[in-house]
Design a protein around this ligand. Structure first.
Ligand code: LLP
Length: 418
């Protein structure tokens, strides 16, 4: 069992900060993502404390949860951003985020996205291939700009996480093989409109051990020494995101130990350290609130059919991810082994298997640790409007995204007239 300081029971009812989830469900309906401002802020401060007086920049990975309210709160805290599309850049700007504190990652940046990011004067492009470097150079030249670049190198390190979210092995599509990077950094004469300002890697997500971070960090630092010996003015080292969160009873390094480990790999080198945390900032600051529509007992199984589905939270279906599921109001009765499933027409549509719960139709459930890669990966499959999102702040609840309507879903579709 995990402790969620901002999501706690009071008299057998689950609360988000000072507001009961019953109240939220009544007012905003279900399914509904519920975030705690206090949880987000506290975790951000934990990162800041861990860095203490170092020269650093936290670049929140927007893909984890791109709601404008969340980006805005982080911007107000001083956070930078890690984006992977022109759309995410527009979100950052709309939310009041600072493009000069924004890095642009991703294997497939398109020309238009590069133009937009150059026009916004972002901090750095994390370039993942020689083809991308050529295109960026060409576009920067046409715009009469110099593009600040880090090469994202692939250090060939096993992140020991789910294979779909492991990105630092040589067979993965990400980054430039580390052995090839030095040569590219030294080709400054070919790339007249590129300035190499940093060095970058990201080896995967939901890492539960520090060792892979250290291995990758050491490989990058050794490359950094070589680059410096060629007088290349590398200003920052970006070690990506990836720190895991507790979904169940995983043993996890603390934020403090993680930063300490990164710092140690740097040794006495003086330069700015960037990290791109997504999940570790917002994952445990959010939950998905859902209502049980039916209880269905078959000779083989007990099903709780709830009103949230794989389109709302894909992680269980896609990665067999485990999310703790808690009753919003604890009730007395017989514990049953439930399959918590949604209304989507696929057997892969489940939120949790084999959950021991006392449950009746209409009961509310909280799917925990859903703040990261929940709403941001949701879809309209089965023409299901996406969930509402609310942010709790003490005893106040702010609607930060209204539930979609069917009219919105079909608004841009056109029927043939002939
Ligand atoms: N930086 C880069 C370049 C990334 O690709 C990612 C995540 C991050 C930072 C943030 O990683 P984090 O700190 O959140 O682990 N949908 C999957 C996770 C995909 C992660 C993709 N890249 C899931 O639900 O587990």
């Amino acid at each position: 069992m995990i402790d969620f300081p901002q999501f706690e029971y009071q008299h057998d009812t689950l609360y988000a900060e000072s507001v009961s989830l019953e109240t939220i469900a009544k007012k905003f309906g279900t399914p509904c993502y519920v975030y705690s401002r206090n949880a987000l802020t506290s975790i951000y401060y934990e990162f800041e404390r861990a860095f203490s007086s170092d020269d650093y920049l936290i670049c929140y990975a927007v893909k984890a949860n791109s709601n404008l309210a969340i980006l805005n709160l982080l911007a107000r805290l001083g956070s930078g951003f890690d984006i992977v599309s022109g759309g995410e850049l527009q979100r950052v700007i709309k939310a009041g985020g600072d493009p000069h504190k924004t890095v642009f990652s991703g294997v497939g940046k398109l020309a238009d996205e590069m133009r937009m990011a150059l026009a916004a004067d972002i901090l750095c492009f994390n370039v993942e291939s020689i083809g991308e470097l050529h295109l960026l150079n060409q576009i920067a030249a046409a715009m009469n700009k110099i593009a600040p670049v880090s090469l994202r190198v692939n250090p060939d390190v096993d992140a020991k996480t789910h294979p779909y979210i492991s990105t630092g092995l040589k067979e993965n599509k990400f980054g430039i093989p580390i052995e090839e990077a030095e040569q590219i950094y030294l080709s400054t004469d070919i790339f007249s409109h590129i300035k190499f300002v940093g060095l970058d890697c990201h080896i995967g997500s939901q890492l539960t051990e520090l060792d892979p971070f250290v291995q990758a960090g050491e490989k990058l630092v050794s490359l950094l020494h070589r680059l410096r010996s060629h007088n290349l003015p590398i200003e920052h080292l970006d070690l990506g995101g990836g720190l895991g969160i507790r979904y169940t009873n995983e043993a996890l390094p603390s934020i403090h130990d993680y930063i300490e480990a990164l710092r140690k790999t740097l040794g006495p080198i003086k330069l700015k350290l960037l990290i791109e945390p997504g999940r570790s900032l917002i994952g445990n600051a959010g939950l998905l609130l859902t209502r049980t529509a039916y209880i269905k007992h078959t000779p083989d199984r007990h099903f709780a059919i709830v009103d949230a589905a794989m389109n709302d939270l894909m992680r269980p279906s896609l990665y067999k991810a485990y999310h703790q599921i808690l009753p919003v109001s604890k009730r007395e009765g017989t514990v049953c082994n439930y399959q918590i499933v949604g209304p989507v027409c696929e057997t892969g549509d489940f939120l949790g298997h084999d959950r021991k719960l006392v449950l009746e139709a209409d009961d509310l459930l909280a799917v925990m640790s859903a703040g990261a890669y929940g709403m941001s990966m949701s879809s309209n499959y089965n023409t299901r409007p996406r969930a509402a999102e609310v942010m709790v702040d003490g005893d106040t609840v702010h609607l930060i995204r209204a539930r979609e309507t069917i009219d919105q879903l079909t608004a841009s579709e056109v029927i043939l007239q002939t």
